[in-house]
Design a protein around this ligand. Sequence first.
Ligand code: URA
Length: 434
Amino acid sequence: MRMYDLIVKKRNGGILTREEIAFMVRGYTDGEIPDYQMSAMMMAVYFQGMDEEETLSLTMSMRDSGEVLDLSAIAGIKVDKHSTGGVGDKTSLALAPMVAACGIPVAKMSGRGLGHTGGTIDKLESFTGFSTSIPSERFVENVNRIGISIMGQTANLAPADKKLYALRDVTATVDNMSLIASSIMSKKLAAGADAIVLDVKTGSGAFMKAEADSFALAREMVKIGNGAGKKCVAVVSDMDQPLGFAVGNALEVEEAIATLKGRGPADFVELCLTLGAQMLLLGKKAETEQEAREKLLAVIKDGSALQKLAEFVEAQGGDAAAVYDTARLPKASLTKEVKADKDGFVGHINCEEVGVCSLILGGGRETKESCIDLSVGIVLQKKTGDNVLSGDTLAVLYANERDKMEEAERRLKLAYRITNEMPQKRSLIKGVIS
Ligand code: URA
């Protein structure tokens, strides 16, 4: 088999066989197929697409390019959750302890933030001493003992995707449905869960901005999950404005803790209940969605989800006292209120720009190597549809450097569009695909 022939076949609209895809993924991972040939292939796929069979074959080949975790030492149905990424998306921080408190074993691999979106691991590191670099034996032991553990992605998890994603990033071939779906699902399938709940974001802060594209991606990923023999459900949710109010690592941890204390923002609580209900149904801890939602609300009410978070933080070396006393979390030295300069309604918030403002303040990474400041970020005071008067505070910036704060203030003001008309209400949950 020759890579050259496969490029010609795809360029001309042909369908690649499972063997051909396996050859190409293996060769590229081993370094036998050079970047320039794989770039040409990715561009051919970008223009010609891949059918369902090809997308599944690509996913399986990438999954099998490295270690596939065996979680059989953990009793019960392991249900994973994955978000396609957003702004203020602290869902795992609250949801993982909630579902663990309902008896679902949470054995989760999470990533760091890149670009305008945050990552669970960075957020968790707001607890002093917390580590996700733990050996897999301790990971399994923690899940069996307290019901929850989160570790960083090991280097050997779907290495083909790691290499291919970096190549796509610099060859303008990221935004292809089959390539995105296979990239995400190869990592999820390698992480070993029995069932997967996907949170596919849509809107100005999401990777897929158009709703129709988000639904297509959701359907594609569910098909792959099912094709790989896993139960899989996707929830398409709104990311046209930040989730909750807080954006920034320690600020988001604080909001997640408030949620577990029963004081969460309505949109965030609703998303946790929707995703959590799907997880409980897949994990056979509830018969109906209503029953699942009641169970999730009960573990907030009786404090067991909050306690689960504290146990989890402690088991991974973190300062669990911060769960009960959030003054112990990293704090920024400067704050600044961003004010409205006219009366009206918040007509729209450019959600990606809010993520970029957090990045400018130091809360995100420009490159994989950047160091981040866990204390900085933004707490919104006004969200889409809210009534504002000139001089009202739209958001509060938390910073440690004055020049960065000024730049973020200028951009955040532009991210808010104040209109005379009240905007149409957007629903948070766009649909559930199973
Ligand atoms: N996230 C991934 O992991 N892969 C993609 O291709 C896009 C988003």
